[in-house]
Write a protein that binds this ligand. Structure first.
Ligand SMILES: N[C@@H](CCSC[C@H]1O[C@@H](n2cnc3c(=O)[nH]cnc32)[C@H](O)[C@@H]1O)C(=O)O
Ligand SMILES: [Zn+2]
Length: 432
């Protein structure tokens, strides 16, 4: 057996306790063999001064949008998409999407992310990057049918089905998929009905992911035209359930929250994106109190503008308090669970907690730093003080993706150069 031992550090348990223990990882099975103070292996890796946590989960992302980081800021969602983002995305090549996703993978691995959900296109390229990078992911082709003729719209939908079926289980099972209609207003009813019908016949591990209730502009048309709330509309179409995870869930009323809870539909909270686009503040504490599984997501780097899940933990805990006027809302523990165990559950991937026999998806965080001293409470530091740059090792499926701050599976320097060049020529093509 090819095992190694992370020794001399602290470990965050599934119950969010912090214990002194060694962690033995089995490289061959990609699982945690043991967690105990006297655990050992032929290869001992000293991590004294560090805390081992589950690898962070970025529950909603458009990875290749790293190429558009800072391209268009200070605009609300609809204008931002229609005036800036969609016109430049029309010029994206599969090669652009590969290098943009590689840049996203570098940034996420550097900051302790081991699993993410990604809605984009040229998903074969995205999957190839995930495979090479060694990450875990739930991937899908984003479908938009509005402003397309019927033939193109059905083609776009068919591609989402084909991608979901063909990529499911790739990269030794590290890749799972979902059908990804962009939202309830950018995809017509007939197409949404076709999604529900297709999924009813598909393998159970294929999920469903869409943006929902992100802005009032997205909610109002459904209420006006259908005389029902968006989540009620989704329910009537048969789109809710435990394999469905929604991005945002900002403008939800009590009826919709009840529907989500009844159907075990998951929600991925994207606080930075919601703040930056002035979309609103999701009622996260209400969702948690209703028993809904809530994950955390960065959304794309063009509406954040980084992919650091530590930032999202802090944002979630802060705006949750401000939105309710209650300093007890969205406590540190909830923020950490959204970024780990709840996040993995929300997007239907293994991981999110450190257990013997569980997947060895973990981050090793160096707490020997002024901004993490003193350490009265490690969970508090994870939510309110730690940063992506504090991560020393990132391990997924038992493999080091980053060791001592050095990327192991991706050529970071050349990816940064390639991405910078690709971004310049992309904008050049889009604006000339
Ligand atoms: N095939 C679709 C693309 C869908 S991919 C996912 C889309 O979501 C867009 N996107 C990024 N962030 C957000 C968000 O916060 N809300 C809604 N859409 C977003 C992103 O720019 C991308 O166009 C098409 O023909 O346009
Ligand atoms: Zn999004």
């Amino acid at each position: 057996m090819d095992t190694y031992c992370l020794s001399g550090g602290l470990v965050l348990t599934p119950e969010l306790d912090v214990i002194s223990a060694n962690v033995v990882v089995d490289r061959d099975s990609g699982t945690i063999e043991s967690i105990s103070p006297d655990a050992s292996a032929p290869e001992m890796i000293d991590i004294s001064g560090c805390l081992v946590t589950p690898g962070l989960v970025n529950g909603h992302c458009h990875g290749a949008m790293t190429l558009l980081r800072g391209y268009a800021d200070d605009k609300p969602l609809d204008a931002w998409l229609r005036e800036d983002i969609w016109p430049v995305e029309a010029e994206l090549t599969p090669e652009d999407i590969r290098v943009g996703t590689e840049l996203a993978a570098v940034e996420m691995i550097r900051s302790g992310v081991t699993a993410f959900a990604d809605m984009y296109f040229a998903v074969d390229e995205v999957a190839s990057v995930v495979d090479t990078a060694g990450l875990r992911a739930r991937l899908g082709h984003g479908v938009v049918t509005v402003a397309k003729n019927e033939a193109d719209a059905w083609d776009d939908l068919e591609e989402s089905f084909d991608v979901a079926a063909s990529l499911s289980g790739r990269a030794d099972g590290r890749i799972q998929t979902a059908v990804m209609p962009h939202s309830l207003t950018t995809v017509g009813e007939a197409y949404l009905q076709a999604v529900a019908d297709w999924l009813s016949e598909a393998d159970a591990e294929i999920g469903l992911h869409l943006h929902a209730n992100e802005t009032t502009d997205e909610v109002a048309p459904i209420v006006t035209e259908r005389n029902m709330r968006p989540i009620e509309y989704a329910s009537e179409l048969g789109l809710l359930g435990e394999n469905t995870f929604l991005a945002h869930g900002v403008h939800l009323d009590a009826t919709e929250i009840e529907l989500l809870a009844e159907t075990d539909t998951r929600v991925v909270h994207c606080p930075a994106s919601n703040m930056k686009l002035a979309s609103g503040i999701a009622p996260i504490q209400e969702l948690i109190d209703a028993g809904i599984t809530v994950g955390l997501g960065t959304d794309g780097a063009a509406s954040n503008n980084d992919l650091d899940v530590f930032d999202e933990m802090r944002d979630a805990a802060m705006i949750g308090k401000l939105a309710t006027g209650n300093a007890e809302a969205v406590a540190a523990a909830s923020a950490v669970q959204m970024a780990t165990s709840w996040g993995a559950e929300a997007i239907g991937l293994p991981g999110g907690q450190l257990r013997e026999g569980g997947v060895a998806d973990l981050a090793v965080i160096d707490f020997d730093a002024p901004h993490l001293t003193p350490a009265h409470d490690y969970v508090s530091h994870l939510a309110y003080a730690a940063r992506g740059s504090d991560v020393r090792h990132t391990i997924c499926d038992g493999q080091f993706l980053m060791q001592d701050g050095a990327l192991q599976t991706l050529a970071e320097a050349s990816i940064l150069d390639e991405a910078a060049d690709a971004a310049v020529s992309l904008v050049d093509r889009a604006t000339n």
